[in-house]
Design a protein around this ligand. Structure first.
Ligand SMILES: Nc1ncnc2c1ncn2[C@@H]1O[C@H](COP(=O)(O)OP(=O)(O)OP(=O)(O)O)[C@@H](O)[C@H]1O
Length: 293
């Protein structure tokens, strides 16, 4: 594993919401290589962790194992201190809200409000509390005006907002976004990411986002890179995406500003900030260099 400055290196001990220890998973016993091989990681309470990696690196398998959707034989997963077993799977799943890739596959209700209420109906929550909660969460995702609409009348971004409202209605401790923005247009993507950011910052929701999009991963506090079923590196977005060795090893494409910085450095311009820069930071840096000429 590529050594990186760790997010966990601070002096203050943080509480872990999820711990994964030595998880190995094969879809078929006779598979030559496992989909996950000896994976260990911690997800701190209140953190946003992005899991990145190329196609087939094991990201979705990891999410499905944590949510108890795959029956693993090797390794230990604990969520909120509860070890995931056949007996505890519902207790574990109660703590987790999953948002998947295709917004169309997630609707079960005929209207937005029915859909949001669905998760609560399985929990014997009284009708009054249910109505109140539906209104609250639709307000949070700014979809109140669409309460009585049918899901097929909504845009992709709006559908994902409703899916998030459904998850919020059952108040999970952890939300897992499995490529949840990948089928959205750029506007829908921005809409969902800013909503997640707001929920993470204002409500302290713990977030795991599985993504191909490195720009999305730069929003996280911590990035875990999966490569060929193992963790190839982890750390802050800065330490991960400015690490040439790790990027080359895993074939991940760093954010645009980092790629631009590398190509300018290759041409002898070595005056850039070592930090991962925002597009604005890069523009400011280029202007400064130009004015020094
Ligand atoms: N249902 C399945 N049955 C058998 N093998 C599977 C199944 N789902 C995934 N795999 C295999 O497990 C490995 C990891 O797949 P996984 O979907 O976890 O990767 P991923 O990183 O999420 O990929 P992607 O970004 O393409 O979704 C791959 O080799 C894949 O072919």
């Amino acid at each position: 594993m590529v050594e990186l400055k760790s997010y966990y290196s601070g002096e203050q001990a943080m509480e872990n919401l999820v711990t994964v220890e030595h998880l190995t998973y094969k879809y078929q016993q006779n598979d030559e290589r496992p989909a996950l091989s000896d994976v260990s990681l911690n997800i701190e309470k209140g953190s946003w962790t992005a899991i990145v990696g190329r196609n087939g690196s094991g990201k979705s398998t990891l999410a499905r194992c944590i949510d108890g959707l795959l029956d693993f034989k090797q390794g230990v997963i604990k969520v909120g201190g509860i070890e995931l077993t056949n007996d505890s799977v519902w207790q574990v799943r109660d703590q987790i809200g999953m948002i998947f890739q295709n917004p169309d596959n997630q609707f079960v209700g005929a209207t937005v409000e029915d859909d949001v209420a669905f998760g609560m109906e399985n929990k014997n929550i009284d009708t009054e509390t249910m109505h109140k909660t539906v209104n609250q969460v639709l307000e949070q995702v700014r979809m109140t005006e669409f309460k009585t609409h049918q899901p097929d009348q909504l845009s992709g971004g709006q559908k994902q907002r409703v899916a998030i409202a459904g998850v919020l209605a059952v108040a999970p401790d952890l939300i897992i976004l499995d490529e949840s923005t990948s089928m959205l247009d750029p506007e829908g993507r921005v809409e969902i990411l800013s909503l997640i950011k707001e929920l993470h910052q204002q409500k302290g929701l713990t977030v795991i986002s599985i993504t191909h999009d490195v720009n999305e991963a730069t929003l996280a506090d911590h990035v875990i890179v999966l490569n060929n079923s193992v963790i190839a590196g982890e750390g802050t977005p800065e330490s991960v995406f400015t690490n040439h060795k790790l990027m080359n090893l895993t074939g991940l494409e760093p954010p645009f500003t980092e790629r631009l910085k590398w190509s300018l450095e290759a041409k002898g311009l070595n005056h850039f900030d070592h930090q991962l820069m925002s597009e604005k930071g890069m523009v400011d840096n280029l202007w400064q260099l130009r004015s020094k000429k």
